[in-house]
Write a protein that binds this ligand. Sequence first.
Ligand code: NAD
Length: 503
Amino acid sequence: MAEPVALLSSIKEVLRMATEILTVQNFLHGQFVTPNNAEYLPVMNPGIGKQIARVPLSTAAQVDAAVVSARAALPAWSGLPIKERAQILFRYRALLEKNAQSLAQLVHEENGKTVGEAMAEVDKSIEVTEFACSMPQLATGEILEVSRGVECRIDRYPVGVVASITPFNFPNMVPNWTIPNSLVLGNTVILKPSEQVPLSSLRIAELLKEAGLPDGAFNIVHGAQTAVESLCDHPGIDALTFVGSTRVARIVYVRATAHLKRALCLGGAKNHLIVLPDAHQEMTASNVAASMTGCAGQRCMAASAMVAVGRVDPIIEKLCEEARKIVPGKNLGAVISRQAKERIERYITEAEQQGARVLVDGRNCVVAGKEAGFYVGPTVIDYVRPEMRIAQEEVFGPVLAILRVDTVDEALKIENSSPYGNAASVFTQSGGMARYVIERASAGMIGVNIGVPVPREPFSFGGWNESKFGSGDITGKSSIEFLTRLKKTTIKWNPESRANWMS
Ligand code: NAD
């Protein structure tokens, strides 16, 4: 009798798992499909430290199936007038808005950020989709009569099949950096979401389908390194955008361009906030605290190093007060994994051992009722020296390293010596000093009295140096050049014209 009972309990267990652990599927030609023989990775809810799904690791053959689908859909989709394609994006935008609450909830569950932060992420997806809807006005051609009866014209054509590879920190927004603009410009798309946060992409697929996007114009292959390498190598893909760490951005850029694709690969960051003594104290303290802790510091635009110029101690005191008001599990979300929590805490401990002073300590943080969640509290570390690892590397947690210098030129020297170049900010009430820093900071996005200087649409998003490989930016007007090819046509209708060359 003992054996059947054991068997029964294991079946019950399987059924319980089946109802609670979702199996993520690829999205091919308008259908969700389970890849054959796939290996799976667990997908966690970092806020409670519990598995919520499993994601397949797609193979080269499964990537190939997505490419077949995207290429099959390309002629009909790219053949539609741009205004018709824009109509579908208008409907997609309306669906994002209608479903914003549930989309934000999903981001919260798979990524760990707060529902408010997730809502802001969905709002940004709506904004980039609005920009895509304006493409018929922006991505127009040009025409000029270059000599009597002869005209030259330029028309934009889609680049073809675009692959998009995305990171864990914005499961809804970063895929939407590439999807709406690519589609409206006539490309078809294959998304490879982060294996840590694959769920939001499923809702993106559903909403695009509901908006009327033809089957095959948008596909998803889940997975990790093998899937990405197959996308880089596949001859059926014309262009590839990547957003993630600098280490992987470099690998992907080299591999994709070696296979003669257009590639734009955005990497990691180490953003410096330069605080001058004349800065507005409250505004600076609250901006710096929000920048270092928003999305638990897991933003490529997060304040990571504050360079304090001269006597700014009152600002540092206020900043610490602000940081102490931020409560993990309430207005501070979880970090993505246990490994991330341990890595962040190692950075703090190492800096402390090397002589830095921890003013606000977020280590060993446990949230009541969510004891298994991966939380790090706000952490402010003073007297960090430029040669320390915490001053040089991307920590990607709610941690601010303060470096003290005497002059703005010393501050700029520290900022300029970073291999990254995503964002930099200056806090001052002097227009002249702000201008001085704007001109000399080595970063693609600069803030003046702003902790997170993300350009709003139609301004484009992208860093410099090792924060981005490839030319142009990923969003805004700059994306038009990346996502289209120019066809130049010269036309002569007047047979009486005798000039036949350079006419
Ligand atoms: P990651 O580089 O680990 O992963 C990004 C993507 O690359 C994922 O889809 C992953 O599956 C894939 N990948 C991972 N290892 C790979 C490998 N060896 N070969 C091929 N593909 C591989 O990044 P992450 O941890 O998901 O995201 C955090 C990083 O992203 C941070 O460094 C952050 O600064 C950066 N980021 C940058 C921007 C930006 O605009 N510059 C925006 C968001 C995030």
